[in-house]
Design a protein around this ligand. Structure first.
Ligand SMILES: N[C@@H](CCC(=O)N[C@@H](CS)C(=O)NCC(=O)O)C(=O)O
Length: 210
């Protein structure tokens, strides 16, 4: 089994964390999906990572689909709660954390365009999503150790990956100071092996043609 990743990607990181937590061996292949020679072509019609490649089945793209598949082939430990309402809560939190990351990616790309083409209104629109999304995470965590129930779920994985992605790409947003409960959550989980082994790092990407 192979997983195509990019080293900064919070979406790939969610999958990488789950692989480690479930002790599933999987080779990780590093790609730069923004570059012309990306290996995503022919594997994901959307040209995005992460993509899981396994003999005998078609490539699985999108982190949520990959994690669902990993849950099927290796159910323990499970990252989605049993109860319908808690499962929904965990999924909503995952989507909020992913959505924050989507907005961060859009700002990063906008800032990589030449100065005269950048839209401040567009950047501000994405920042608003980041702030309201982070507020949502904070409001749902309260002073708990885990987002849902008393278990480590996909919500915790997605939120943690999201927060460290903010550190990497939007360090000017001081979420630790704004939301002390998220900072406590980060402190609580930051020494987990699956997180330490998958810390995000930047990649050099080709300049985009205007
Ligand atoms: N919803 C997707 C998002 C994946 C995504 O946005 N990946 C980015 C890297 S962080 C990508 O490959 N972008 C390349 C592109 O949009 O061309 C998931 O959860 O897997």
């Amino acid at each position: 089994m192979k997983l195509i990743i990019a080293t900064p990607s919070p979406f790939a990181r969610k999958v990488r964390v789950i692989l480690r937590e479930k002790a599933i061996h999987c080779e990780e292949i590093i790609d730069v999906p923004w570059n012309k020679d990306t290996i995503t072509k022919g594997l994901n019609p959307l040209g995005k990572i992460p993509i899981l490649i396994k003999d005998g089945i078609e490539p699985i793209f999108d982190s949520k689909n990959i994690i669902k598949y990993l849950e099927q082939i290796n159910p323990e430990p499970s990252f989605y709660p049993e109860s319908r309402s808690k499962k929904l809560k965990a999924s909503l939190l995952e989507t909020a954390a992913d959505g924050i990351c989507d907005a961060v990616v859009l700002i990063f790309l906008e800032k990589s365009r030449s100065q005269n083409l950048r839209s401040k209104a567009w950047i501000d629109r994405q920042k608003e999503k980041i702030y309201t999304g982070t507020q949502y995470l904070s409001d749902n965590l309260l002073t708990n150790k885990y987002f849902v129930d008393d278990h480590f779920t996909i919500a915790d994985v997605a939120a943690f990956c999201c927060l460290e992605y903010l550190d990497l790409r939007l360090p000017e947003f001081d979420w630790r100071n704004e939301h002390s409960n998220l900072e406590n959550f980060w402190q609580e989980h930051q020494s987990r092996h699956s997180f330490l082994q998958t810390k995000p790092t930047t990649q050099v990407i080709e300049p985009m043609s205007e």
